[in-house]
Design a protein around this ligand. Structure first.
Ligand code: NAI
Length: 358
């Protein structure tokens, strides 16, 4: 028996806790804001220690999704789902089908996609129970979002280079990547071919060895990542890795990576601004994947050229934010947040008509 309980959280439209003992499922779905369209966001499976930790994560992630879609004017709102469990041991077909049922019961208020701990094949299982799933590996859908996220982060790093050095060249720039997974791994390749000198860190020893060999990269032990001397620090693992304690040890000119909520608290963006470290707000630089997924909700299905062109706007959007931050003497985070709030207030980019799922 699947039990769905609504939890009232100020600032959020709807938050649900779903428990299904037969399927070994305990998850949370948060819908942060659907002013501009239905809430789209990935499903994350992670071994959270407590339900409170999972709830905290889903709330932060859902809000980030609102911000990403609002800024990129995708006609979508922000939502997220987190499942408590270790994807390597606990991800079963029964659990995925139970998630599909839960998503379906929300009748399209929440559209699911993949996130950490999920892959496109898992989404195909979920799709058997609900059509409210995006980024599937099928004809009309947009497929794995991480290649677009990686390319979007790459364009964001070029915007950082433009701001720091007056041109987009990354030749001999030291770029430190934390996490060589779906996004970080692809990004490493893109940066390598642009001439960057890579420093890499991952808890997966085999992965780092591989990248060291093929990209001439220097391995950084995970515990030393934040203090490594580099030009651009690129967090592409989990969120919250930069906290008050690690902030004083930072030895970089800029932070620009894929991880959602890399700062343990948004207020740390003010500290980065004071220290003169250029911060590319996560919900701007990592929006390539959601931009790509948004390009499938059309009559004929997914349009890759539209996705590419919209994803490339990440470069201009970030440069605009960097310039305003300098001119108005405000952190980049604050400037980006003001742009989000403006779009929400004035319904900029709001979806007109119905959304086609595939
Ligand atoms: P992934 O699960 O494929 O890769 C994460 C990598 O980080 C793994 O190789 C893992 O071993 C490593 N890792 C975990 N903890 C670490 C630590 N303490 N130190 C060093 N490495 C560590 O995840 P994916 O898809 O590459 O996503 C990476 C980040 O980007 C996540 O925060 C995700 O939320 C965010 N993101 C991903 C998007 C996508 O399209 N996949 C879209 C937007 C954001």
């Amino acid at each position: 028996m699947q039990k769905i309980k609504e939890i009232k959280i100020p600032g959020y439209e709807k938050v649900f806790e779903i428990i299904n003992p037969e399927a070994n499922l305990h998850c949370f779905i948060a819908i942060h804001d659907s002013t501009l369209g239905p809430a789209l966001g990935g499903i994350r499976m992670y071994p959270y220690k407590t339900p409170q930790e999972a709830l905290q994560d889903v709330l932060l992630l859902a809000k980030s999704m609102t911000y990403k879609s609002a800024l990129a004017e995708l006609g979508l709102g922000g939502g997220k789902c987190v499942i408590m469990g270790n994807p390597r041991q606990d991800k079963t077909e029964t659990l995925l089908l139970a998630i599909g049922e839960a998503v379906d019961q929300l009748h399209g208020q929440y559209l699911a996609a993949e996130d950490v701990g999920m892959n496109p094949e898992d989404l195909l299982v979920i799709r058997r129970k609900t059509s409210y799933v995006a980024a599937l590996p099928t004809d009309k859908s947009s497929g794995d979002p991480s290649r677009y996220t990686a390319h979007g982060v790459f364009r964001g790093i070029q915007a950082v280079a433009q701001k720091l050095w007056g041109n987009v060249s990354l030749r001999n720039k030291k770029i430190a990547i934390q996490g060589l997974g779906h996004v970080g791994g692809r990004l490493a390749a893109l940066l390598f071919w642009e001439g960057a000198d890579l420093l890499i860190s991952d808890i997966d020893v085999n992965l780092v060895k591989n990248f060291e060999h093929f990209y001439g990269a220097e391995i950084i032990p995970p515990e030393n990542f934040n203090k490594v001397q580099c030009d651009i620090l690129c967090p592409c693992a989990m969120g919250g890795t930069i906290d008050e304690a690690s902030l004083s040890a930072l030895n970089c000119l800029a932070i620009a990576g894929a991880a959602n909520n890399p700062l343990s608290q948004p207020i740390l963006a003010e500290e980065l601004f004071k220290k003169g470290i250029l911060f590319a707000p996560d919900y701007v630089i990592n929006s390539g994947g959601i931009i790509n997924a948004a390009c499938e909700f059309r009559k004929g299905g997914y349009d890759p050229k539209l996705a590419r062109d919209k994803m490339n706007q990440i470069y201009d959007r970030l440069l605009y934010i960097f310039e305003r931050s300098e001119k108005e003497k405000k952190s980049t985070y604050l400037v980006a947040e003001e742009l989000v709030k403006y779009n929400l207030k004035h319904h900029i980019g709001q979806r007109k008509g119905t959304l086609e799922t595939h």
